[in-house]
Design a protein around this ligand. Sequence first.
Ligand SMILES: *Cc1c(COP(=O)(O)O)cnc(C)c1O
Length: 485
Amino acid sequence: MSITGSDTNALLRSIPAMEDLLNAPWAAPFTGPLGRETVKKIIAEALDEIRREISGGVPAGEPADCSPIDELVISRATTLLRLKSSSTLKPVVNATGVVIHTNLGRAPLAAEALAAVNAIAGTYSTLEYDPAKGGRGGRNAHVEWSLCRMTGAEAALVVNNNAAAVLLALSATATGREVIVSAGELVEIGDSFRIPEILSFSGAKMTAVGCTNSTRIKDYCGAITEDTAVLLKVHPSNYRIEGFVKSTSREELAELAAERGLVFMEDLGSGLLGPLGVSFAKNEHSVRECLLGGSNIVTFSGDKLLGGPQIGVIAGSKKLIDKMKAHQLLRALRVDKMTLAAFDATLRLYLSGRQNTIPVIGMIELDKSVLLEGARRLCRMLKRIAADLDAGDFDILVVETEDAIGGGSFPTDLLSGFGVGIRSNSFTAETLAAGLRAAPIPVIPAIHEDRVILHVRTLLKGDEKLIASAFSSAITAATLSREAD
Ligand SMILES: *Cc1c(COP(=O)(O)O)cnc(C)c1O
């Protein structure tokens, strides 16, 4: 269909007047929460969009029995109003089976951490105040003692995230000097954190040594110059090289650094504070083991395996950490009170031996029989809903799943779990998944071999109910749109 000049003018003229739109019954539910002025602006945005499309020759809806331009305006405006009347940051149900899912906000906090945020966020606090002295205190002091207890470090410092921790640690120790790192460890994490780039931001010069799959102690040795300040070891986190691999041990690097008066720094990524009850974690060293093995400084995230809020920890030598505490950059990377409250409460769970109440730890260590039971319950519930809605043939069954820890930890070690697989003769898996994601609290499933999979490992208390309502609205919507075709 092509639009002639006179068509265009006629279409533009047929757009309803703003006053009529604002007073129409469909707009009423939005004027309460958003206010009349905001609703007016949003409708104007929709109208502008439609005018541009008409003027650009894009057909504005097919002719229908009633005036199509009215329908188009109402549907565009309600979509936009719905989008803007609620926050885009909202809870979701993680049915992906990936425990530490960066896009879904990594670690859900423990109940104690939430209570701590709640107690601190709405009031004044001792954030930087020492009531005993009646004067200034330090915000880092709230968590330093617990961190030192848990890791055996002499000192510890927290910043915004682990990327900030690496940046500050390098800025305080290596600006204008050289940092030696293995070519096999020049990793990119979560498509934005790249070791070479962070190094260059810190003003340090990078010397990469060895090959992708092999770096020996003599490679480091040979690269040391009088400008060298740091030997850096980076946890490869999200990838693994199979086959012939030779990397240099922590102990060898620590010895070399000590001999030559250099700092030996390790970026651990996911900092393990305590032992993790899954067999493949035996090879993963805890922060304490790294420090015992001779690292002067280790950096790690608070919201990966640790299971706390987004934070970055620098732990190790007091002399080096004092330099970081005095660095100007710290002011730009400092942590706010809500994060500190949540992190402090999370650390206390470790200190009191109750880390299995931390959601990510609990999920990783979940027993298979519990997962199977959860999958069976969910399966029965979804079958009942599908039968009640009489929405055609569904194939709903308990399936074995491969779950992942995520967050760059153990990329090749999967956890075996259970879930519910859903296949329909009437809709594709993608249609069903899109329907689940369209719920007010979106349910995020996985898709495997044209089957929607709901992994039960990552479900939290109350999620079953949310899945039930998302599932019924998803199949109702899919049925309606199929009937409309
Ligand atoms: C995840 C990770 C980072 C980045 O940590 P953030 O807390 O996301 O900033 C840095 N280094 C390694 C090795 C990681 O695994």
